[in-house]
Design a protein around this ligand. Structure first.
Ligand code: G3P
Ligand code: CA
Length: 358
């Protein structure tokens, strides 16, 4: 009897303990989030309502619109203001004369620019897939959405699914757009405010690779802000303009992270700042960035997770789930993913809905 009870107790303890052993540790105890990077952009042309819709259907918690303005000041979802890589603008003879070369963030860029098109004109274009090795079959089918349309979709899907679908807008080229009289920040805040997003717990993260515009935003809103980090030897463009010589690598020290925590809720680092690779692409031991950011009180949402072999370190043996698992086990608070279904599958396996991350 004693032996039976002891075994029964042991079995009960295992039932309780085993799920906890499979649960991963984020800084807040919440499950890590999966952010549909430009939508489910591994499956659909990026930054289209169809790409965002698929991301939500695959379980993404947030959808990510990168933002640039039109000539008439409407925020639209595009990764950059030059749109020949993601729309059919170059095939439209009536717009041929708008082809231009401009200096964008210190580099010459040739093509067609959103700031030279009204929203009505943008709406005559159709999206196309940027990457030649991805599915081209939906080129020409989808429109370029406004931020308002992305928000409408997030709210509609939140109602339909009973899940809160957050939005994760990124201000693209803020110094440049300020220089041409089309600053992004107040336009973004107005759209968010008009749609009821308010306070530190709203389902929104505003992100930027620049620092000055985030500090400005901090003076205007309580909404969560995220400081993006590019590769370690690159500088924020506002630093280039102001003569500040610090790089993103310089900003990863505990002292700099503490300063970032004064205006941001989290950081969005290039994933190689967390797990570097050697010259052959082989993984190196993780840096202390996850621990250091968490100690500064910052969330971490690294980017970008992609399924294709060309993006995976050889250590993962062509298994993208292995990469998510490594980062989740390090304690990141979320991931930007082109393939949200893969990220969600791994997240759900490691952090079941019924469980709480430690
Ligand atoms: O915003 C996170 C990630 O999207 C940053 O890279 O170039 O894809 O906007 P990018
Ligand atoms: Ca982005």
């Amino acid at each position: 009897m004693f032996r039976f009870c002891k075994l029964a107790l042991l079995a009960t303890a295992m039932i309780v303990v085993m799920p906890m052993e499979s649960i991963i540790a984020t800084s807040t105890g919440a499950r890590p989030i999966v952010i549909g990077h430009r939508g489910a952009s591994g499956y659909r042309p990026e930054h289209t309502l169809e790409a965002y819709t698929l991301a939500i259907a695959q379980g993404a918690d947030f959808i990510e619109p990168d933002l640039v303005p039109t000539k008439d000041g409407v925020l639209i979802a595009r990764h950059e203001n030059e749109i020949s890589g993601t729309t059919n603008v170059a095939e439209r003879p009536e717009f041929a004369a708008r082809k231009a070369t401009k200096m964008i963030d210190g580099a010459p860029v040739t093509g067609w620019f959103t700031e030279d098109f009204t929203l009505a004109e943008i709406k005559t274009l159709r999206a196309k897939e940027r990457l030649e090795f991805r599915d081209q079959s939906r080129n020409g089918l989808y429109l370029v959405p406004t931020l308002q349309e992305v928000i409408d979709l997030a709210k509609q899907k939140s109602r339909e699914t009973g899940r809160t679908i957050g939005i994760y807008p990124e201000t693209k080229h803020p110094t440049y757009f300020q220089s041409i009289g089309l600053p992004l920040e107040d336009r973004l805040l107005k759209v968010l405010s008009d749609n009821g997003y308010a306070g530190a717990n709203a389902p929104v993260f505003i992100q930027s690779f620049e620092t000055a515009n985030l500090k400005y935003l901090r003076t205007k809103t309580d909404l969560p802000l995220v400081q993006l980090f590019d590769e370690s030897d690159v500088q924020p463009y506002d630093f280039v303009v102001s003569g500040d010589r610090r790089t993103y690598g310089d900003l990863t020290t505990p002292a700099e992270l503490a300063k970032i925590a004064e205006y941001a809720k989290g950081i969005g680092p290039y994933k190689r700042l967390i797990i570097p690779v050697d010259a052959s692409g082989k993984l190196l031991p993780p840096t202390s960035l996850v621990r250091d950011a968490h100690q500064a009180g910052l969330l971490l949402h690294p980017y970008t997770f992609r399924n294709e072999s060309r993006y995976l370190a050889p250590d993962y043996n062509n298994n993208p789930e292995a990469e998510y698992e490594q980062f989740f086990r390090l304690g990141v608070d979320g991931v930007f993913s082109d393939f949200p279904d893969t990220g969600v599958a791994v997240r759900n396996r490691l952090a079941p809905v019924s469980g709480q991350a430690r």
